[in-house]
Design a protein around this ligand. Structure first.
Ligand code: WT7
Length: 646
C-alpha cells in the first residue's frame, strides 16, 4: 500500500526541474568531496568584477575562528540585481507592486528600477553617506523600500531595515546600536486600511537617541507631517535635483551588505551582519534551486522587507535572478479574506511563498474565499517561518493548490541568510510537516544536550557542522557575543537553537526552539525582551514570559507577572500592561495572556524554573516534574490553582 503521508515528485516536475533526484544526490556529493570546486563553479552565477580565487576560509574553533567566502572576489550587489539585466531585460517588470487598496498597483521595469535606485543613491551621497556607513530604513512595503536597500548596496553603505511595526523605542535601540546618522522613512504606512505613523515614530525615536543628522521622508499617504528644519528632507525634492545615473562601488565579497536585528534568548536584539558575496550568492542560488525559478516568472513572497525573508526572497534573490518580484503592501484579510488569491489571479503569480500563521488564519474562513478565485497561474507553493502543522499543509495543498502543486516547506533563520533545509520540487518526495532534507552543501547533525552525536531516526538539537556562503559573519560590533551564542554550546559546530526529529528516511522535522526564543506568527521574540518591557512598568515587581501553543499564531506570549506590594490585580491593569508592551516593543510583542503570580518558581540559587512555567501555560498540569529543588514549592500550587482563570 502506498504511504498516505508521502507525496511523490510528479513526472512533470521531475522532467522540468533544474535539479532532479539524481542531480540532488550528485550535488550533495560534490559539495562534500570538493567544496572549493563546487562553490567556485556555483558562484559563477554572479557577475564578478574580480572573480574569487580563494573560495572558502572557515574555522568554527575558538582559537582561530573565521568565516570567509570568496574573500578576494570583488562585485556589487546592485549591479548584479539590476545593471547586468539591462541589455536583455530593460523593459521586463522587475517589481510588481500591489498596494493596500486593490485599485492601487504598479509595474516597475528593470530600466525604471535602475533610474530610481541611482537617484536614491545620489541623494544618499549628497547627504554625505559613504561606503561602510550605516543607513536605517523604517519604511512600509513600497517600491522605495527596495530602492533604498539597493541604493545602499550600490554605494557600499550598510542598510539596517527596521520593521515598520516596531515602536519608537525599538527603533531608537537599533539606530543607536549601529550608530546610523541617517534614517529613511515615509510620512505614513498603510496596511489593512489603517495608517501607521512612521514619521511621527521616527521623531519620537530621535528624542531618545542622538547622532542622526538626516531623516529622508518619502511621501506615501501625503499626510501633513512635521518636518524638523535642518534635519528632515523631503525625498521627492532631493531626488528631483540629482542625476539618475550613479556608478556601482566595487565591493569586496566580505564587505558588509546589511545588518538586521533579531531576537535572541538573552539581552537586547542582535545585529545580524551579512556580507556582500556570500549572502548574495546564497539568496540567488537558493531562490533558483528551491523555487525552480526561471527569469521573468512572477514570484510572490508575502513577507515584509523588515524581516530576512523579505530581504532574501522579495528583493535580493528574485532580482539577482532577473525575476519579477511581487511586493505587497497590505494584509491577507483586507478588503476581504480572498485578497491573496485575487492578487494571484490579477498578476498571474506562478510561485507563492507565505507563512503558516497566515494560512491558519485563512483556513478558519473556510474554502469558499479561495474557491471563488482561479489560481490557475500557480505552479508552486512555499511555506516559511515556523513549523507548518500537517492540517494547514493539507489545506494549502488541497484547497489552495487543488492537489496539483508541490509545497516547499523551507527551514532557515535570519542568521543563515537563506534557505538551508527544504524539498526541491523536482527532487524530493514531500511529507506534510517536514522541511525534508538539507540543500547540497548543508551538513546537519542532531546532538543531545551533552553534544553527543545522535545517529539514525532520533530527536535532538539541530547543529550545522560546516559553513555555507550565506552564513552570518558576526553580531554587529560584538564578535564575542557571536561566538558565544552560536559556537560555544557544541564546540566546532553552529547551534541553530532549534529542536528537531529525523525520521527513518532521514527527513528532518523541526520541532521548534529549545532556547528562550518564541515564534509568534512567524516572528521571533525573545522572552527576555518582553520581560524587560514588563518590569519597566511602575506596578510590576517581576515578570517571566513563556510561549504556549496558539491556534493561529503558532505560539502565543504568556506572561507571569508579580505586582509590587500594595498594587491590586485587576483586568484594567492587564489591559494597561498589554498596551505598555505594545508601546515599548511593538504590537507583535503584546502578551496574549497575563497570569497574576504572587511568586515565581525559583531554584535556591534564584533561577526561574521556566520548564514548570511552560507546562502551566500549556495547561499540562500532570507532568510538572520534580519541584523539590525549588526554594518554595508552594508557589507552583498557587500558580496551578489560578491557571483556570487564564
Ligand atoms: C526560526 C528562525 C526563516 C526566515 C524567517 C524566520 C523557525 C523558520 C521554519 C520551518 C520550522 C521554522 C525556526 C528558526 N522556522 N522556518 N520551515 N519549519 N521552523 O526567521 O525570525 O530568524 O526565525 O524560525 O525556529 O530557528 P527567524
Amino acid at each position: 500500500m502506498s504511504d498516505p503521508t508521502l507525496y511523490p515528485v510528479s513526472p512533470e516536475w521531475a522532467e522540468r526541474a533544474l535539479m532532479d533526484k539524481a542531480g540532488y544526490g550528485a550535488a550533495r556529493q560534490q559539495a562534500q568531496q570538493g567544496p572549493d570546486a563546487f562553490w567556485a563553479q556555483a558562484a559563477t552565477r554572479l557577475d564578478w568584477i574580480t572573480a574569487p580565487t580563494v573560495i572558502k576560509n572557515v574555522s568554527f574553533d575558538r582559537a582561530d575562528f573565521r568565516i570567509r567566502w570568496f574573500e578576494d572576489g570583488v562585485l556589487n550587489v546592485a549591479w548584479n540585481c539590476i545593471d547586468r539585466h539591462l541589455p536583455t531585460r530593460r523593459d521586463q517588470t522587475a517589481i510588481l507592486w500591489e498596494g493596500d487598496e486593490p485599485t492601487d498597483s504598479r509595474a516597475i521595469t528593470y530600466g525604471e528600477l535602475h533610474g530610481q535606485v541611482c537617484r536614491m543613491a545620489n541623494v544618499l551621497k549628497a547627504q554625505g553617506v559613504k561606503k561602510g556607513d550605516r543607513v536605517t530604513l523604517y519604511l512600509p512595503m513600497i517600491p522605495e523600500a527596495a530602492y533604498a536597500m539597493l541604493a545602499c548596496a550600490r554605494i557600499g553603505a550598510v542598510h539596517s531595515v527596521v520593521f515598520g511595526g516596531f515602536s519608537p523605542d525599538s527603533l531608537a535601540g537599533r539606530i543607536e546600536d549601529c550608530a546610523s546618522r541617517i534614517v529613511i522613512t515615509a510620512d505614513e504606512g498603510l496596511r489593512g486600511g489603517k495608517t501607521i505613523p512612521l514619521k511621527a515614530n521616527v521623531d519620537a525615536a530621535l528624542e531618545r537617541v542622538s547622532g542622526v543628522e538626516t531623516v529622508l521622508v518619502i511621501r506615501r499617504t501625503g499626510a501633513d507631517v512635521a518636518m524638523v528644519a535642518g534635519r528632515d528632507v523631503a525625498y521627492a525634492e532631493a531626488a528631483a535635483g540629482v542625476s539618475d545615473d550613479c556608478p556601482c562601488e566595487p565591493m569586496n565579497a566580505e564587505d558588509p551588505l546589511f545588518i538586521l536585528y533579531t531576537s535572541g534568548s538573552t539581552g537586547k536584539p542582535k545585529g545580524v551582519l551579512h556580507t556582500t558575496g556570500g549572502y548574495l550568492f546564497w539568496a540567488s542560488w537558493t531562490h533558483e534551486l528551491v523555487f525552480d525559478y526561471r527569469p521573468g516568472e512572477v514570484f510572490w513572497c508575502t513577507a515584509d522587507v523588515g524581516w530576512v525573508t523579505g530581504h532574501s526572497y522579495v528583493v535580493y534573490g528574485p532580482l539577482a535572478n532577473a525575476g519579477t518580484t511581487l511586493m505587497f503592501e497590505g494584509v491577507p484579510n483586507y478588503p476581504t479574506v480572498s485578497r491573496f488569491w485575487e492578487v494571484v489571479d490579477k498578476h498571474k503569480v506562478e510561485i507563492f511563498y507565505t507563512a503558516p500563521t497566515a494560512l491558519r488564519a485563512l483556513m478558519r474562513e473556510g474554502d469558499e474565499p479561495v474557491k471563488s478565485t482561479s489560481r490557475a497561474s500557480l505552479r508552486l507553493l512555499g511555506s516559511v517561518g515556523e513549523p507548518i502543522n500537517p492540517e494547514a499543509w493539507r489545506w494549502y495543498h488541497e484547497v489552495v493548490g487543488e492537489g496539483r502543486l508541490p509545497i516547499v516547506d523551507t527551514w532557515w533563520q535570519t542568521e543563515t541568510g537563506g534557505i538551508l533545509v527544504s524539498p526541491l520540487p523536482g527532487a524530493t518526495d514531500l511529507k506534510p510537516g517536514s522541511a525534508t532534507l538539507p540543500l547540497p552543501g548543508v551538513e546537519l547533525q542532531l546532538v543531545d544536550a551533552e553534544g553527543q552525536v545522535l545517529e539514525g531516526a532520533t530527536s535532538g538539537n539541530l547543529v550545522i557542522t560546516d559553513s555555507w556562503p550565506g552564513q552570518m559573519r558576526t553580531v554587529y560590533g560584538d564578535d564575542q557575543r557571536f561566538f558565544d551564542t552560536y559556537f560555544s554550546a557544541y564546540p566546532g559546530k553552529y547551534f541553530t537553537g532549534d529542536g528537531c526529529r529525523r525520521d527513518e528516511d532521514g527527513y528532518y522535522w523541526i520541532t521548534g526552539r529549545v532556547d528562550d526564543v518564541i515564534n509568534v506568527s512567524g516572528h521571533r521574540m525573545g522572552t527576555a525582551e518582553v520581560e524587560s518591557a514588563l518590569v519597566l512598568h511602575d506596578d510590576v515587581a517581576e515578570a517571566a514570559v513563556v510561549g504556549f501553543p496558539h491556534d493561529i499564531k503558532g505560539q502565543g506570549i504568556y506572561a507571569y507577572v508579580t505586582l509590587n506590594k500594595g498594587v491590586e490585580a485587576h483586568d484594567d491593569l492587564k489591559k494597561a500592561l498589554v498596551a505598555h508592551v505594545r508601546k515599548e516593543i511593538g504590537p507583535i510583542a503584546a502578551p496574549d495572556a497575563i497570569h497574576w503570580a504572587p511568586g515565581l518558581p525559583k531554584t535556591r540559587s534564584g533561577k526561574i524554573m521556566r520548564r514548570i512555567l511552560r507546562k502551566i501555560a500549556e495547561n499540562d498540569l500532570t507532568s510538572l516534574g520534580d519541584t523539590s529543588t525549588l526554594a518554595d514549592p508552594g508557589v507552583v500550587d498557587d500558580l496551578v490553582k489560578t491557571r483556570a482563570q487564564h
